[in-house]
Design a binder for this molecule. Structure first.
Ligand code: CA
Length: 736
């Protein structure tokens, strides 16, 4: 009886349970990639979560992963013992022919990345499935206002929204779940050649963004916008405007005392196009500022002066944009030595004292450690060969310039005929050419490619560049509004026309990973690369660093020794920095792979001879990944060239005009660096409409605007003759 009652009760409970279960709607988790779930996982992403990013190491929440921008991940499942088992997990073809420099953001398995022309993608980070794509439809003609390719370095995430700055100067907020545009604000004077290529940073509910354009004659600034509404909160100019208009702040009045002449007519420059960092305890926002506009200080500010706040690290209050302190790396910049390079915040033990430092390897070739509480200089040493300064004086924190640092003396290359040039340059290193070449070049000892600081090894990994450059004044420089204006004779760096010699010169253009001890200020080891302009760097608690190269490899190295432990074919030059994340306990490594940027455009043979065509993809790897890339196609057939009857003098004139207006995008040697169309491959059909393109703007929607305001019909004819001559030279080389 007792058993019977128990059984009855049990049966009743079971029936009741079934009844309750059936009367409830089935509880189904929203799909992994649904707008609802993405809103949920990104909706709480704010400053607190970024500050505590180490408590969610599976995610990559902000541009440098953390506000200190160290680009070090605590993930260690992939480590020195198993990294050789990495394989491709998935790839996503971006169908892009232009440079890719983005750092993706990953939140709970959803990846947000950007590509050329400021296009934003959301992917399922497990398998690369596209969730949504947002194209701001930047007019391709705006590309002619971008010094350094149509690149974008990434989006920012905040409380369920994705933020991106567009090449044509807008800041846009998107719904993270759907990619729908929520608001869009104009950040620029639309009559001026400003661009945005950097990733926004978000601090205390304000989206902060700077601009590019200092090669074209603009005034730099950073602006903060309310993350909810897009309303402008503050703007900090990096250089003073025309004193007659009054100064915006005491910081500008102070800065104006360090300029001379009528600098505002050239814009002044100082554009903050990439680096920022934030210290939540000190509540200071650090901004890296760019070069002078025009580059050549003797034109821009003829009486000299420091030209504040060019090439500086500026500390601002993030609530108001108020100036707190600055440290200038290159006073009176005259070389395009920007301080827009990546900054890393860390606490280092220096002479027995724990110091809150900021570390930067700006273009000028010196690695700086400064006190980030007050901007005081701690130490500096050159991390690549430097010819413009002997050292940084520890008393003053200022560089000590060498005798002809500012290329006052005429560059000996400028007066040589093509034949003489070959004769004197052929012995390498060139003889009797004191002062012809400087290091670093305008590409810098280090450019925008992010470094990484690994607190376990105490090392900063610098994607370093070692490139010579011939600086010289541009004869009869005339400022042209909205055009490429540097007042430097770019033609000094054109190919000589002697194939053997040009190959030797291209071979002096190099790059490496420098593992740098920031306390001892010295290189501990290096990985020498075959070419220059390699990728940004990630370091991990797996005692690894990851980097892609211009030669199309993606590789992992031991973080302590630099020993290469794994490498794979990326099928494209890689410049962007990798990131890492994990989903359901499985770690992934991702890089947005694609060749491009300023070096690919402007370095000519040194870039194009690498032979890495642009094949833009997101590449993601995991242990045991089995995916593959499609086989490479052959695309190197040379079309027929039209006949040219131009004289040697016309070809030379064409070469000079080409390097004044065209070389910055199409490269010395007209080869486009594997990004912009290689003009040596231009067939008769395009040659037949050459003037329509160059003067008439027939291809403006492809990014090639009209140059009729600065180039005459005779000039165009001569440029075309130079292009045909270069095309013939390539064909002769191929025939050998
Ligand atoms: Ca620049």
């Amino acid at each position: 009886m007792r058993t019977f009652i128990s059984l009855s009760v049990a049966l009743l409970l079971v029936l009741l349970a079934v009844f309750i279960y059936q009367s409830q709607p089935p509880s189904v988790d929203p799909a992994f990639d649904s707008a609802e779930r993405i809103q949920k996982v990104t909706g709480t992403l704010n400053g607190d979560r970024i500050r505590q990013a180490d408590s969610e190491p599976q995610n990559w929440l902000a541009h440098g992963r953390t506000y200190d921008e160290s680009r070090f991940s605590p993930l260690s499942q992939i480590n020195t013992t198993n990294v050789n088992q990495l394989g491709l997990a998935w790839s996503y073809d971006l169908n892009s022919s232009r440079g890719l420099e983005a750092t993706p953001i990953v939140v709970d398995g959803i990846m947000f990345s950007t590509a050329a022309w400021s296009i934003v993608y959301a992917h399922d980070a497990r398998n690369g499935k596209l969730i949504w794509k947002y194209d701001p439809k930047v007019p391709k003609a705006w590309g002619a206002k971008a010094c350094c390719d149509a690149v974008n370095r990434g989006a920012a995430l905040w409380e369920g929204r994705v933020y991106v700055g567009t090449l044509d100067g807008y800041l846009v907020a998107l719904d993270a779940g759907t990619g729908k545009e929520l608001w869009k604000v104009n950040t620029i004077d639309r009559d001026k050649p400003y661009t945005i290529t950097g990733a926004p940073r978000i601090v205390k509910g304000k989206v902060i963004i700077g601009n590019g354009g200092a090669e074209y004659g603009v005034r730099g600034y950073v602006t903060a916008y309310d993350a909810n509404t897009g309303k402008q909160a503050w703007r900090f100019y990096t250089v003073p405007g025309n004193p007659a208009d009054g100064f915006e702040s005491d910081a500008m009045a102070k800065a104006a005392k360090t300029w001379s002449g009528e600098w505002w007519k050239y814009g002044g420059g100082g554009t903050a196009w990439d680096s920022m960092a934030y210290d939540p305890e000190l509540d200071l926002l650090y901004v890296g500022t760019g070069n002078g506009s025009v580059w050549n200080q003797s034109v821009r500010s003829p009486e000299g002066g420091d030209n504040l706040y060019l090439s500086s690290i500026v500390a601002l209050k993030p609530d108001t944009g108020e100036y707190v302190w600055h440290y200038q790396t290159t006073p009176g910049d005259s070389w395009d030595y920007t301080a827009t390079q990546h900054m890393i915040l860390a606490d280092l033990n220096i002479d027995g004292t724990k110091r809150k430092v900021l570390m930067q390897a700006p273009k000028n070739g010196f690695f700086y450690v400064i006190d980030r509480t007050n901007g005081q200089f701690i130490s500096a040493n050159n991390y690549v060969p430097v010819t413009w300064a002997t050292h940084v004086d520890p008393e003053t924190g200022r560089p000590v310039e060498t005798a002809n640092a500012r290329y006052q003396a005429p560059n000996p290359l400028a007066t040589l005929s093509p034949e003489q040039l070959v004769a004197v340059l052929k012995p390498m290193p060139p003889k009797d050419l004191e002062g012809a070449f400087h290091k670093p070049s305008p590409f810098g000892g280090h450019n925008w490619q992010p470094m990484s600081y690994n607190p376990q090894t105490g090392l900063v990994y610098i994607p370093a560049l070692d490139i010579p450059y011939a600086y010289g004044n541009e004869p009869a420089f005339e400022y042209q509004d909205g055009r490429w204006n540097i007042a430097i004779n770019w033609q000094l760096n054109a190919p000589t026309g002697d194939a053997e010699l040009d190959a030797v010169i291209a071979g002096t253009v190099r790059g490496h990973i420098a593992a740098w001890d920031p306390v001892a200020q010295k290189e501990v080891w290096r990985v020498q690369h075959a070419g220059s302009w390699n990728g940004g760097i990630l370091s991990t608690a797996g005692n690894l660093i990851f980097q892609g190269t211009s030669h199309g490899q993606f590789a992992a190295y031991n973080a302590e020794t630099g020993e290469q432990l794994w490498t794979t074919e990326a099928q494209t030059g890689v410049v962007a920095p990798p990131i890492t994340y994990s989903i359901d306990g499985e770690q992934y490594i991702t890089v947005v792979a694609g060749w491009g940027g300023v070096f690919a455009l402007a370095a000519g043979e040194a870039a194009s001879n690498i032979g890495q065509k642009h094949r833009g993809r997101i590449l993601t790897y995991k242990i045991g990944g089995q995916a593959t890339l499609p086989p490479l196609e052959d695309d190197t057939t040379l079309p027929e060239l039209p006949e040219s009857t131009a004289s040697a003098e016309q070809i030379l004139q064409g070469k000079i005009t080409y390097h004044r207006y065209c070389g910055v995008c199409h490269g010395p040697g007209v080869n486009g660096g594997g990004v912009i169309p290689d003009l040596r491959f231009m067939g008769e059909a395009k040659h037949n409409i050459f003037n329509d393109i160059v003067l008439g703007g027939a291809l403006k929607d492809a990014g090639m605007v009209s140059f009729a305001d600065v180039i005459s019909e005779d000039d165009a004819h001569n440029i075309q003759a130079y292009i045909i001559a270069e095309g013939k030279r390539l064909r002769a080389l191929r025939a050998e």
